[in-house]
Design a protein around this ligand. Structure first.
Ligand code: ARG
Ligand code: ZN
Length: 882
């Protein structure tokens, strides 16, 4: 069934208190839920009480201490209905039984590596007990957990710990009480044999908090980085937003089977262990950065998500977009702000722009959904964060912070909406944000076309802007004709020679011009010579910019812009144009670099000479060409992934040759002295990144040299970052050395599933026709398991997302591989299967032959009987036949 935002109405009943008694057992876990209910004054009086339930066995039921009258209760497959509930407060006691070992969906209560854990967002609590499983029903929970002492010596719940002790027959119990009312999706419990690392933190209010991270026994040495990230997150939220922690304990538990990244359950965050465990020998610098960001993200949810939650799931961006914005700011403060901004934009362009351009497009606040778990998307998260960022740019940091304070004060303890959020900023700033709010409702990536004209006689420079918005007609969007958006354009004028430009315009405040109409133009006075405009500095809005610049103008920006983001963007644009001009000329492998390729080489050479060592992390990004997918997006229709890939590879070869001496020198200059202590900090990571980008380009230019260097680095590497980077370079160089290195790596890390995931992922990305067979072979590898989401994402997910030439093989074998995996997985884990299928997202963009194969593969999935709602939703929308 389709659920629409317009149909929202409050619950007819509320639940004030929940007492849970959970007796853990591998196959027969019993849960007694005692619910204090009452009619909702905002609901319909006398309506039946419909409690959600999913795959539950009902053992007993009591209404105010009595068995209900015969016929008063109806047990349906997905609900428990009480036909005439009392018209006053009443108590229901419900006993259910579930089988955690058989729960392969990893929603509700399940077992991961012998550890009992839960995942309730979005609608998993109904798989534990019958409940009003919707975020606007908020209750105070007390949970008693009982388990076998041998099997589960550690028992954790939400809130603060209470009584604990033996429960007879080798069992024990622990009681947890959470004083903060919360929706059911924030419920969690954990029971198992777990190792622990802990520290203390004193909040700005003087509360003494015990922070602990729980991991598989023996993995404790890999937990301190995450633990420290929690403490740093707590401190940061106090300074940056004035938000203190509000319980006596904060627990993080790492589990190895998890559908997503992590979950912000109140006081008990549960994590995919990939985002907790770190050691120099097993985790890359990217892993460390992700761990820090995701620990922060889940912690920040304590205010943006838990203290203020969502009224309904249409408001998901209210907590997710805002919390992504907050974790981005945290990482920017902890690391390099410009480097982090570039990383954010790369993610947005690689994941959100394609989503917004395909059949799965939806507004940041969708208007309808069939399966909410399919809306935990790049649009809701990443574009949602960009909207919050634009709000700050428009209002300025002071009013933004004031608005946030108002929002938290006004909505604390409530289930809120996007309107509530914007109202706080409107009140603080005195501005009308009605037009700005369109960002939440209109899907599709806007394009802003800009042209500049210098008038030497009048000494003026005029910039003309025009925004164009796609009309997106999908089930989740309204399809209405789009209205102009409020677009903050951070900009400046750059002198091509590196001097100063005097131009002024009173419509630019604090470096920002606000484009509100479909068309507008901006006049700068006192401009003597034609400048180069630097537009959308820091990527001030999630738009595509159509702005024709000559290679010389792009070079001027790369050399002289004061905005690091736009310096990087200038190099990216040159690279993209060089790739596109080869593809469009039908000569992806042309021998000559071409005028743009040459301009890029010269620019990068000058850049490396001037400042490569000043900021290696930034230099590594400048040296990295835009990916195949970005070029495909730019072309838009009848895409030939092979042509794009060849064009990009050839350009890499040119760059590698032109820059060879400089790259070799850089590797020397950045070499780590033997025995140097490891540090995951951003500066050290930046040096490793630049060294490895240099290796990659050198190998593109000279495969023989590349093989020798990479083999040596795989063997001698002191960190997983260096070892994996070298192995990835080798995977692009077919031959015996590659196979030997891959086999050696697998042997060395045979007992490290998270490291083998990296090994699966780089092999799945090999751009050669043999890869489909290789991936099929790896699916039989003893370390692979279709039941583990990390394994599936590493192998099949990496193949579909990181290997455009093989996923889009002209014979359809790549599509078939993924479609087949989706069909097998759907019976086990529909959420992960549905996520995998989103790789077909832009199937309409490829050329006709491939397009037909992709459609056949999608239709084959659609034809399967008994498809999950999750997969059938994605396949239906992808084919445009919901
Ligand atoms: N709220 C989690 C986060 O921090 C995501 C959980 C989503 N899980 C799911 N099954 N839909 O982003
Ligand atoms: Zn989140």
């Amino acid at each position: 069934p389709i659920i629409r935002l317009a149909d929202y109405r409050p619950s007819d009943y509320l639940i004030d208190r929940v007492e849970l008694d959970v007796r853990l057992h591998p196959t027969e876990t019993r849960i007694t839920a005692t619910l204090a209910l009452r009619p909702n004054p905002k609901g319909e009086a006398g309506a039946p009480l419909v409690l959600d339930g999913d795959e539950l066995t009902l053992l007993a039921l009591d209404l105010d201490g009595q068995p209900p009258a015969p016929g008063a209760v109806e047990v349906q497959p997905r609900a428990l209905v009480l036909h005439q509930p009392p018209r006053r407060p009443f108590t229901l006691a419900i006993e259910t039984q579930v089988n955690p070992s058989a729960n392969t969906k990893l929603m509700g209560l399940y077992r991961s590596g012998g550890v009992y854990c839960t995942q309730c967002e979005a609608d998993g609590f109904r798989r534990i007990t019958y409940f009003l499983d919707r975020p606007d029903v908020m209750a105070v929970y007390t949970t008693r957990i009982e388990a076998d002492l041998e099997e589960a010596p550690v028992l954790l719940g939400n809130g603060n710990p209470g009584q604990a002790g033996p429960a007879g027959e080798g069992r024990h119990y622990a009681v947890w009480h959470d004083p903060h009312p919360k929706p059911a999706y924030l419920f969690a419990l954990v029971g198992g044999r777990l190792g622990r690392v802990a520290t203390r933190f004193t909040t700005m209010e003087g509360r003494d908090v015990e922070i602990a991270v729980y991991v598989e026994p023996g993995k404790e040495p890999r937990a301190p980085y995450a633990l420290d990230a929690v403490a740093r997150s707590m401190a940061w939220d106090e300074t940056a937003f004035g938000r203190p922690y509000d319980l006596d304990v904060f627990n993080v538990v790492a589990v190895s089977d998890f559908n997503m990244g992590a979950m912000e359950n109140k006081g008990l965050n549960i994590f995919n262990d990939k985002y907790v465990l770190a050691s120099p020998d097993t985790a890359t610098d990217a892993d460390y950065a992700n761990i820090e960001a995701i620990i922060a993200h889940e912690y920040f949810h304590n205010w943006s998500g838990n203290r203020v939650t969502c009224r309904d799931w249409f408001q998901l961006c209210l907590k997710e977009g805002l919390t992504v914005f907050r974790d981005q700011e945290f990482s920017s403060d902890a690391r390099s702000r410009p480097v982090h901004r570039i990383a954010e934009v790369r993610t947005l362009r690689a994941r959100q722009f394609p989503e917004d351009a395909g059949p799965l497009a939806h507004p940041v606040r969708p208007q309808a959904y069939r399966e909410i778990n399919n809306f935990y998307t790049a649009t809701v998260y990443e574009k949602g964060a960009e909207i919050v960022r634009m709000l700050r740019t428009l209002l300025g940091p002071g009013a933004f912070r004031g608005g946030m304070d108002r929002y938290f004060a006004a909505c604390d303890g409530t289930a809120a909406t996007v309107e509530d959020f914007l109202a706080a900023f409107a009140a603080e700033s005195g501005r009308d944000l009605a037009a700005f709010a369109r960002w939440y409702a209109q899907a599709g990536t806007p394009t802003v076309a800009v042209s500049g004209r210098h008038d030497p006689a009048a000494r003026t420079y005029t910039l003309a802007f025009r925004q164009s918005l796609p009309t997106v007609v999908t089930e989740a969007a309204s399809g209405a004709a789009p209205l102009p958006l409020v677009i903050p354009v951070a900009l400046g004028l750059v002198d091509p020679g590196g001097g100063a430009v005097a131009g002024r315009s009173d419509r630019v405040r604090d470096g920002v011009f606000v484009l509100e109409a479909e068309e507008d133009s901006l006049v700068f006075t006192d401009v003597d010579a034609a400048p180069v405009p630097s537009l959308f500095r820091g990527f001030s809005a999630p738009v595509k910019v159509a702005h024709a610049l000559t290679p010389a103008e792009r070079l001027a920006l790369l050399s002289h812009d004061s905005d690091p983001f736009n310096r990087w963007q200038a190099a990216q644009s040159l690279g993209l144009e060089a790739i596109l001009s080869r593809v469009r000329a039908g000569a992806p492998q042309a021998e000559e670099a071409g005028p743009r390729g040459e301009a890029l080489s010269r620019a990068l050479a000058a850049f490396l000479d001037a400042e490569a060592l000043a900021d290696p992390a930034f230099a590594a990004l400048v040296l990295t060409l835009p990916g195949d997918q970005e070029a495909a997006q730019e072309i838009g229709t009848e895409v030939d992934p092979d042509a794009i890939h060849r064009a990009r590879q050839t350009l890499r070869t040119h760059l590698g040759r032109d820059l060879a001496a400089r790259l070799a020198a850089l590797r020397e200059a950045l070499a780590e002295p033997p025995g140097a202590p490891f540090s995951p900090d951003a500066a050290s990571a930046g040096r490793r990144a630049l060294r490895n980008v240099a290796l990659d380009l050198l190998a593109a230019a000279d495969p023989g040299l590349g093989t020798r260097l990479a083999v040596a680095q795989v063997e001698a590497a002191a960190t997983m970052t260096d070892r994996l980077a070298a192995l990835a370079v080798l995977t692009l160089l077919p031959g015996e050395a590659r196979e030997r290195a891959l086999a050696g790596f697998a042997e060395a890390y045979r007992d490290e599933p998270l490291v083998l995931d990296k090994w699966f992922a780089i092999q799945a990305a090999i751009p050669e026709p043999g890869t489909v067979a290789r991936v099929r072979g790896l699916m039989e590898h003893p370390a692979f398991a279709l039941g583990n989401p990390n394994r599936v994402r590493s192998l099949i997910g990496s193949f579909s997302l990181n290997n455009p030439t093989q996923f889009h093989r002209p014979d359809g074998a790549g599509y078939d591989l993924v479609a087949e995996a989706v069909r097998h997985l759907d019976g086990k884990n529909p959420q992960v299967a549905a996520r995998l299928l989103t790789a077909f997202n832009n199937w309409r963009m490829v050329e006709a032959g491939r397009r037909q194969k992709a459609e056949e593969a999608l239709r084959a999935v659609a034809a399967v009987t008994g498809l999950s709602p999750d997969v059938s939703d994605i396949v239906g929308r992808s084919l445009g036949t919901p």
